[in-house]
Design a protein around this ligand. Structure first.
Ligand SMILES: [Zn+2]
Ligand SMILES: [Zn+2]
Length: 135
């Protein structure tokens, strides 16, 4: 993770490191609030604005991927570059990774591209997770 940050050309600051490691340590998909709490545990204090600024910079540099489920807080993850999709629980908001539906990134090749140069396909499957089904 440190190497990736170095080669990204982003300036390495204590805040940036804390935010990045908060995402990778706390698991798959975390919202900014959860990331902020974990980063503050490391740094002592960090403003919410600084958390968002760092998340934006990391996302722009391609180190972090942001997914924005409609009606919910954006989620951040460090699994980038494979165009995987997500399964999200309508009740608790838990998110799971789902690999591309068939083969290697076929979703980037729709039947009709209308002349667009496509670089990302964002697919969210909505449902109810096993935990919420049993509750
Ligand atoms: Zn659930
Ligand atoms: Zn994911």
């Amino acid at each position: 993770m440190m190497d990736k940050l170095r080669s990204s050309g982003l300036r390495i600051t204590a805040a940036r490191l804390a935010v990045l490691s908060a995402i990778s340590e706390k698991g798959q998909h975390r919202d900014a609030e959860t990331i902020a709490v974990a980063a503050r545990e490391k740094l002592g204090s960090l403003s919410t604005q600084a958390v968002y600024d760092n998340l934006n910079a990391l996302a722009e540099a391609g180190l972090v991927r942001r997914i924005q489920p409609s009606g919910r807080a954006a989620l951040y993850e460090t699994r980038v570059g494979d165009n995987h999709h997500h399964l999200i629980c309508r009740i608790c908001g838990n998110a799971e990774d789902v690999d591309c539906a068939v083969g290697k990134m076929p979703c980037l090749e729709p039947v009709t591209n209308h002349g667009y140069m496509i670089d990302e396909a964002e697919v969210i499957y909505w449902g109810v997770c096993p935990h919420c089904q049993s509750g």
